[in-house]
Ligand binder design. Structure first.
Ligand code: 6PG
Length: 253
């Protein structure tokens, strides 16, 4: 295990293997939940799609099912694909099927993005819902992944949503996938008390390196995190291989 700080807008945890990394991520989730429940009586979290969150949801709903009061948890999603809830690509379906559906979270506290709707309409509705449920309160935790192209949530490189300054949620046309997505925006993600990006596996090592060393923030994922609310990157050793090679501390020793 090794912690490094390349930029004050980020904290990085590197787990020696996938299991250490997932354990750390689960413990971080639980700590955020406990803190918010103590402070507000509820925990507002936005979930993500992707392979690592799936492992986290499984663990939370098995080994850690008694770690927090799930009745106080309120679930949202940070992005969704243009599909309905029965589709294998649905981020909502993935989270619920991975075990979150078996916990005691009241169904009226589970707010999915309606991917089957017209994306522009779906995004407007979801934004209204966020204002209704959260008002000015930011999310306690927004969970995110990073794709091999440096996208996060459904904020893909060269898409219009990246320029959004005012909205919390927008519809985003992704030309290379020829599809619409509904996604949280960068300014809204950056207001959260805690944001976390999970990155796993050797095939992401080049992109992870580029994103973290990119001083011009040209990748969507490099824009996450602020001085006030640094983003936490939780990565495994394989994904971090190139970061360690450039570790100035290691080089100096
Ligand atoms: C989605 C996500 C997306 C995801 C990354 C990483 O809808 O799939 O929200 O941003 O987190 O693509 O996914 P993997 O962890 O599966 O590579």
């Amino acid at each position: 295990m090794k912690e490094q700080l390349f930029d004050p807008r980020r904290k990085i945890f590197i787990g020696n293997n996938e299991s250490v990394m997932v354990d750390f991520a689960v413990n971080h989730f639980i700590a955020c939940a406990k803190h918010a429940i103590k402070k507000y009586g509820s925990f507002f979290v936005a979930l993500s799609g992707g392979s690592t969150p799936k492992l986290i949801y499984r663990k939370l709903s098995s080994d850690y099912r008694n770690a927090i009061d799930w009745k106080k948890v309120v679930l949202f999603w940070s992005d969704e694909r243009s599909v309905g809830i029965d589709h294998p690509d649905s981020n909502y379906k993935m989270a619920i099927d991975s075990g979150l559906g078996n916990l005691s979270i009241p169904s009226h506290q589970i707010f999915r993005m309606e991917g089957e709707k017209n994306a522009l309409h779906g995004a407007d509705e979801y934004e209204k819902l966020l204002y209704q449920k959260l008002g000015k309160r930011p999310f306690d935790l927004i969970m995110l992944g990073m794709g091999e192209d440096g996208h996060t949530a459904s904020l893909f490189p060269d898409t219009t949503a990246l320029g959004e300054k005012d909205r919390r949620v927008v519809a985003n046309w992704v030309e290379k996938l020829q599809t619409w997505r509904i996604t949280f925006t960068i300014p809204w993600i950056n207001q959260a008390e805690n944001t976390v990006l999970y990155v796993i596996g050797t095939k992401k090592k080049e992109r992870l390196h580029d994103v973290l060393y990119d001083k011009s923030d040209s990748y969507p994922a490099s824009k996450i995190g602020t001085l006030m609310h640094p983003a936490l990157w939780i990565v495994d050793k394989e994904a971090s291989e190139l970061l360690l090679k450039e570790d100035p501390i290691r080089k100096a020793s």
